[in-house]
Design a protein. Sequence first.
Length: 363
Amino acid sequence: MKITRVQTLVLNLPMVIEGAPPMLGGRPRTSIDMLLVRIDTDGGVTGWGEAFGHRIFPATRAAIDTLLGPMCVGRDPSQIAAINDEMQRLLHGIGRNGPVIYALSGIDIALWDIAGKVAGVPLYRLLGGSPRADLPAYASLLRYGTADAVARYTEQALGRGYRLIKLHEITVPEVKAARDVAGPGIPIMIDTNCPWTVAQAVEMARRLAPFDPHWLEEPVWPPENLAGLAEVRARGGLATAAGENYGTVWEFRRAFEAGALTYAQPSVTKIGGVTEMRRVMTVAEAFGVHVVPHSAYFGPGLLAAIHCIAAMPTESWVERFYCDFADNPLGDAIHPKNGRIGVPQGPGLGVDPDPRMIEKLAR
């Protein structure tokens, strides 16, 4: 079997929003971009992947269309590790993070989808996982910037069955509002998206401690300041989490060696796909760091993250970015029920994007 075509498709998913638009990437957003990767073969098997698309899809798409995609045509799709390694080596001069690695991620996910389909088993079983019907999901609330909005969405998420909540707030009143609504028994995580110096982060960790955060995520600018993150972990008194901005397993290894992380958060659409995600999980286990992948997306990348988590020996959580959509290409597969999200049981990723939705949402 040979790869005959690598195609990119960009979708735009309008969000269903109550009240003011939430903040994403520093500005109000009313929709989410999705960059799909489709790989066709001469054996009639098609694989679907997703490369990181929020705000950066034109560059990632160009990397696939002009560099990585043509390198794949004519290759045996089952040679996933060899293709991944060859691309990383040949393209390292362009960068070990950012659009090229995002592009590799989408291709790698699609190749694993093909592998599962050829084998006739769901991806998590192909990766050695035990049978699992579903996994615990946490509601990853967006940034609303007011205590009233945080309280309203926290209550809504709890009403939908979530028992794990993550905030994207950076001030005390909003965190207090979530804790007041949730009560003492609900884990609350705080993702701050790299806003502070080390000294500011230590101070904020201590101010947030009374609200019992389960972890403090990316508190330090820049995200590669591993020594600073380790200092916040040591002096701030809270567990730390990071990794969505790391480009390869080597960045995670440096973070583990620095003692910077309690929780590692590789993003399958940014790290190099399923192949590199598995490498991160192996190294994290050696350092005693728990992996809770970042998965703030809604296409094959979310499915791939679910399968990687389902293949872990112990249960971990699935991040579900807290957005509602009138239409999405995966239908009910992206919707948790009673705080748990289903592990697709079909071959490969288990669910293909709906072609009608692709046509409707294409930009």
